[in-house]
Design a protein around this ligand. Structure first.
Ligand code: ADP
Ligand code: ADP
Length: 228
C-alpha cells in the first residue's frame, strides 16, 4: 500500500529532515510515528500527501510513484487519502455540514451523494447532532472529530494524521483514538504521528521511531517512552 525506499528530504543544503527512510506499510495496518520534536514525523507525512516532495529515493502509494507524480495530479492522489493535519483548520463561517460538503463540492460530487457521504461521515465520528453547529461553538476535541469526519468523507483507504490528539484533554484524546481504532478495524490503513506515549502504550500497534531524520526502531505492538 505504501512503500518507501532510501527516501531523503532536504529542505536546504545543510538541513536533511529525512535520511535514508525505507518502510513498507500494508493495507489495514495501524502505525504510530514517534520521536522528539524536529525528528521528521511531519515531513514524512507531508511527503505522502505531496505537500512536500522527496529529494531522492523511491516512494509509492498503491501504484502511484510520488517522485514522478506531476503537480497537476496531486489533488487526485489526495482524494484517496484522509489527511488530518497538525493544525485544526475549519471554515468558521460555515456549519459543520457545509465544512464537509465543501470538500466534496470542490471535486464535483453530485448533491444527493454529498448529503449521504457527509451524514455518514458525521455519524462515524459521533457528531451527527452537531451538523448545524459552527466550528467555534465546539470544543477542540469536537472540532478534531469534524476534521476526521472531513478526512473520511470520501472513504479513503489511508488516513494520515499528524498529532490528532494534540492540545486536548485526555478524555477527548481517548474519544479520538476510539474513532481511529474503529476506522482501522473496518480496514482503513492509519499512519499517526504522536507524542502521546500513554496512547501508544495503551492501544498497542506498530511503532516507527524516528530521530534526526532516521528510523531508529520499527516494532510490532511497540511501546514509547517506557523503560525497557
Ligand atoms: P517533527 O514533525 O518530528 O517535529 P518535522 O518534520 O516538522 O519534525 O521537522 C524535521 C526537520 O525539518 C526539523 O529540523 C525542522 O526544522 C525541519 N523543517 C521542517 N519543515 C521545514 C521547512 N518548511 N523548511 C525548512 N526546514 C524545515
Ligand atoms: P447552498 O447554500 O450551497 O445552496 P444548501 O443550504 O441549499 O446549500 O444545502 C445544499 C444541500 O445540502 C441541500 O440538499 C440541503 O438539503 C443539504 N443540507 C444542508 N445543510 C444540511 C444539514 N445540516 N443536514 C442535512 N442536509 C443538509
Amino acid at each position: 500500500m505504501i512503500r518507501l525506499a532510501n527516501v531523503y528530504k532536504k529542505y536546504t543544503e545543510d538541513n536533511t529532515a529525512l535520511e535514508n527512510i525505507s518502510l513498507k506499510v500494508d493495507q489495514g495496518e495501524f502505525l504510530y510515528l514517534v520521536g522528539p520534536s524536529g525528528a521528521g514525523k511531519s515531513t514524512l507525512i507531508k511527503l505522502l500527501t505531496c505537500e512536500e516532495r522527496l529529494t531522492r529515493g523511491f516512494l509509492k502509494i498503491g501504484n502511484v510513484d510520488l517522485l514522478k507524480l506531476p503537480d497537476q495530479h496531486v489533488p487526485e492522489l489526495r482524494r484517496q487519502l484522509g489527511v488530518v493535519p497538525q493544525d485544526i483548520f475549519l471554515l468558521d463561517h460555515l456549519t459543520v455540514y457545509k465544512n464537509l460538503a465543501y470538500t466534496l463540492q470542490a471535486i464535483e460530487v453530485e448533491r444527493k451523494k454529498i448529503k449521504e457521504k457527509v451524514l455518514a461521515a458525521l455519524e462515524k465520528v459521533g457528531m451527527l447532532q452537531f451538523k448545524n453547529a459552527y466550528p467555534n461553538q465546539l470544543s477542540i476535541g469536537q472540532q478534531q472529530k469534524i476534521v476526521i469526519a472531513r478526512a473520511i468523507v470520501n472513504d479513503p483507504k489511508i488516513i494520515l494524521a499528524d498529532e490528532p490528539t494534540g492540545n486536548m484533554d485526555n478524555k477527548s484524546a481517548i474519544e479520538i483514538m476510539k474513532i481511529l481504532y474503529k476506522l482501522n478495524q473496518s480496514g482503513t490503513t492509519i499512519l499517526m504521528a504522536t507524542h502521546n506515549s500513554t496512547i501508544v502504550n495503551t492501544l498497542r500497534y506498530r511503532v516507527l521511531e524516528i530521530n534526526h531524520g532516521r528510523i531508529i526502531r520499527d516494532q510490532a505492538e511497540g511501546s514509547y517512552g517506557l523503560a525497557t
